[in-house]
Design a protein around this ligand. Structure first.
Ligand SMILES: Nc1ncnc2c1ncn2[C@@H]1O[C@H](COP(=O)(O)OP(=O)(O)O)[C@@H](O)[C@H]1O
Ligand SMILES: N[C@@H](CCC(=O)OP(=O)(O)O)C(=O)O
Length: 371
């Protein structure tokens, strides 16, 4: 059996990029979309849970509005997305319906992953849809996403969705065969088949977009693979137009570039590490670094040397080692003002310093995601 045999997996997230869904004219590539839908239906009929993350709203809107270049201003881009998202969903709905499959539109923003209540809400909705055999058709909510709440690219969105629903495999379909070790198309450049670690060398390979509709190029795909790897799932980058690409990938054919996971974080820790908004920084000493890293301990006030930012109890903060590196993220039991008062002190002193003591730990180990 091939290492890549995914035929028995339960849950698959497929992301398809604008470059594969639209022609250079900005109009939708219906044939490509039909081929993709047919493959998704086939996997769905086998009993797999299938979620589709689809770009193309801005591209489709550009086509409808007669834009030949990507809009320059954000409101114009959002207007194009508003027009295009309707076109996109209508088309998916129609094509999936030909196979008797019902789809549901899910539009998400960064905030849906950053706030744990919204995160759980989105998870319950997606789980309910899958339970009803509905295929979620997901995109970023471009029309309302301003900079602060924008993920900005669907590669990262797809990785977060894959983590949200505990998928087994994330497939990023694009207009290239995978991650090349040089400029795609250049003499001697080859697709890297397997990646077990994303290091500086791999990151340096990632260039920008290859079309006038794509966002992020390979850089955002590598970011997505990193999130997925740490969440314990495999990511494959492959060409959307490759014949029967999804069926062949699931059967174990070594198409594209596969990123293999390292450790599996439990759900909450995955959310702390990748979903939550970081509201501040807590600096700790070497002893605390050792306690957290080697001994799996909670962070106590005695190891804290400094506080940055203004955060409240329940917020997520970065934990910073003496050399300036972020070694963990965690949910704090005390606000920034409180941590400032109890830093460097023994737990026995907390009550006297604050006038109360709700917790011994500043961050409990269950709420701590280590790098
Ligand atoms: N090392 C690389 N290997 C493969 N593609 C690369 C590389 N560096 C940059 N790219 C570009 O990334 C593009 C795919 O990303 P993007 O344009 O965002 O597409 P999508 O719409 O599928 O997300 C390719 O067309 C390619 O030109
Ligand atoms: N949300 C945007 C897509 C953003 C994006 O990531 O695009 P792409 O790099 O083509 O997957 C849209 O629907 O046009």
């Amino acid at each position: 059996m091939s290492k890549r045999d995914f035929s028995r997996m339960q849950r698959l997230v497929v992301k398809v990029g604008s470059s594969s869904l639209t022609y250079a004219t900005g109009k939708l590539n219906i044939e490509q979309i039909e081929r993709l839908v047919r493959q998704l239906v086939d996997l769905h009929n086998r009993g797999m849970d299938v979620l589709l993350v689809t770009s193309g709203a801005v591209g489709a809107g550009m086509g409808k509005l007669g834009f030949t270049a990507r809009p320059r201003t954000i409101p114009e881009k959002q207007a194009a997305a508003a027009v295009g998202q309707g076109i996109l969903l209508h088309m998916y709905e129609k094509i999936f319906a030909e196979y008797g499959i019902v789809v549901g539109q899910v539009l998400l923003t960064r905030e849906d992953f950053a706030d744990r209540r919204r995160f759980l809400n989105a998870r319950h909705t997606l789980q309910a849809m899958l339970g009803l055999h509905v295929i979620p058709v997901i995109n970023e909510n471009d029309t309302v996403a301003v900079d602060e709440i924008k993920l900005g690219d669907n590669d990262n969105l797809a990785a977060l969705v894959a983590g949200l629903v505990d998928a087994d495999l994330l497939v990023l379909l694009s207009d290239v065969d995978g991650l090349y070790d040089g400029k795609p198309g250049a003499a001697g450049a080859r697709v890297i088949k397997e990646i077990h670690e994303i290091n500086d060398k791999i990151e340096a390979l990632a260039g920008g977009v290859g079309s006038n509709v794509g966002t992020g190029g390979m850089a955002t795909k590598i970011q997505a693979a990193r999130i997925a790897m740490h969440s314990g799932l495999v990511t494959i980058i492959a060409r959307a137009s490759e014949t029967d690409v999804l069926r062949r990938l699931v059967a174990g054919e070594p198409l594209g570039t596969a990123f293999w996971p390292s450790v599996k974080l439990v759900n909450k820790k995955r959310w702390i590490a990748y979903g939550a908004t970081v509201c501040g920084r807590i600096h700790i000493d070497e002893g605390a670094v050792r306690a957290l890293r080697q001994n799996g301990k909670s962070l106590l006030p005695s190891g804290v040397t400094g506080v940055e930012g203004s955060f409240e109890m329940g917020n997520t903060v970065s934990v910073i080692a003496p050399d300036g590196r972020e070694i963990a993220r965690g949910i704090v039991n005390y606000s920034a003002i409180e941590v400032e008062k109890i830093k460097g002190k023994k737990t026995g002193e907390i009550a006297a310093l604050l006038g109360y003591k709700d917790y011994d730990e500043i961050i409990h180990r269950d709420n701590l995601a280590l790098e």
